[in-house]
Design a protein around this ligand. Structure first.
Ligand SMILES: NC(=O)c1ccc[n+]([C@@H]2O[C@H](COP(=O)([O-])OP(=O)(O)OC[C@H]3O[C@@H](n4cnc5c(N)ncnc54)[C@H](OP(=O)(O)O)[C@@H]3O)[C@@H](O)[C@H]2O)c1
Length: 318
């Protein structure tokens, strides 16, 4: 079978399509014939060597959707022919950029018949991230105001929809090209992230109870300044905080709660994915697949996910 691998760390060019053996399911694993693979910024961090991999060559990728073709010992939830989707692979174990993948059963959920594989693969990692941020950590309640930074991104456009489905008033930062689309997805207001006084523009109208921050290098102080008393601020994006705080005192004055999280730490990924599958089926959360690529174009997809401006997700189709 074909798998995309890197034999050394580096830029998108180090990705090659290799012929490799089909995987056998280990204990607690199932093998999935992959129909679609979500492309995420984190896939590039492993490729570059910023995040560690267990060994080289390595297959990147966290997200998959497809059909079960083989079931290992100790697995009772899945059987041959089941449609499934999953996330959380490619970190400490081989990833999903392949025609077949052996996945721990706990990282998979059943996929309703009417859901497209590409939509499920596009949703898995970003939906799990948005769920953990808004439901688990943000504890969003109906009528809360939720600020989502980077609303046009993979995480952002799903978080906007999830927060709206939870009954929140949703505001978001994004480039102007995507403001209309984000309003259609459920945002009450969209602010240009290059607005010369973004903080004042937001706080004139809104005091967020929950913030989902995909750009912590830029918004640590702004979040604290615009937040309501007792707000929950959940940081997911960027591993640097260059902007830092000019005045950290405001965080104490408002009793702000901070949570920094990694989707890879999700304890019951299968349960979260099952809920996301229900939301997908009901069109409460509909990921936007901006573009699909073949396996041989994985390098181009990884370049685009970091450098191109678009709303939604990129998907590989083996
Ligand atoms: N901790 C976790 O568990 C976790 C999980 C998922 C993702 N992440 C991280 O979260 C970040 C976003 O992930 P993603 O999948 O959504 O990436 P993505 O699809 O590449 O989206 C990033 C979005 O941010 C927008 N953006 C750029 N500069 C901005 C700014 N200053 N203010 C607001 N928005 C801005 C971009 O819009 P334009 O293209 O218009 O500039 C783009 O739509 C990445 O750093 C990723 O590694 C972390």
């Amino acid at each position: 079978m074909r798998a995309v691998r890197f034999h050394e760390h580096g830029g998108p060019d180090v990705l090659t399509v290799d012929d490799v053996d089909e995987p056998d399911p280990g204990y607690g694993q199932v093998v999935v014939e992959v129909g679609a693979i979500g492309v995420n910024p984190v896939d590039t961090y492993f490729r570059e060597g910023a995040y560690p991999v267990p060994g080289l060559p390595f297959v990147p990728g966290s997200d998959l959707a497809g059909t079960v073709v083989s079931v290992g010992e100790g697995v009772e939830r899945f059987t041959l022919g089941d449609r499934v989707f999953g996330t959380g692979l490619g970190n400490g174990m081989s990833g999903t950029y392949a025609e077949q993948v052996a996945s721990p059963a706990g990282l998979l959920a059943h996929l309703p018949e009417d859901v497209e594989l590409a939509d499920a693969a596009a949703l898995a990692l970003v939906g799990t991230t948005a769920w953990q941020a808004l439901v688990e950590h943000g504890e969003v309640k109906p009528a809360d105001t939720v600020l989502v930074h980077g609303g046009s991104g993979g995480v952002g456009h799903v978080a906007v929809q999830l927060a709206a489905t939870m009954g929140a008033h949703v505001v978001t930062t994004a480039s102007p090209d995507s403001h209309d689309a984000l309003t259609a997805l459920g945002a009450e207001a969209a602010f240009d992230y290059d607005h010369p006084n973004l903080e004042r523009a937001i706080s004139e109208e809104y005091a967020p109870d929950v913030v989902l921050d995909t750009h912590m290098d830029r918004y640590l102080q702004l979040n604290a300044n615009v937040a309501a008393d007792g707000a929950r601020i959940v940081g997911v994006g960027n591993d640097t905080a260059e902007g830092g705080f000019d005045d950290i005192g405001v965080t104490k004055g408002k009793e702000l709660r901070y949570q920094f999280m990694s989707m890879f730490n999700t304890r019951e990924t299968d349960a979260v994915l099952s809920r996301l599958g229900d939301l997908l089926l009901r069109d409460d959360v509909s990921p936007v697949v901006h573009e699909t690529y073949e396996l041989a174009e994985a390098g181009e997809a990884q370049r685009a996910v970091l450098h191109d401006s678009f709303l939604g997700k990129l998907v590989l189709v083996p």
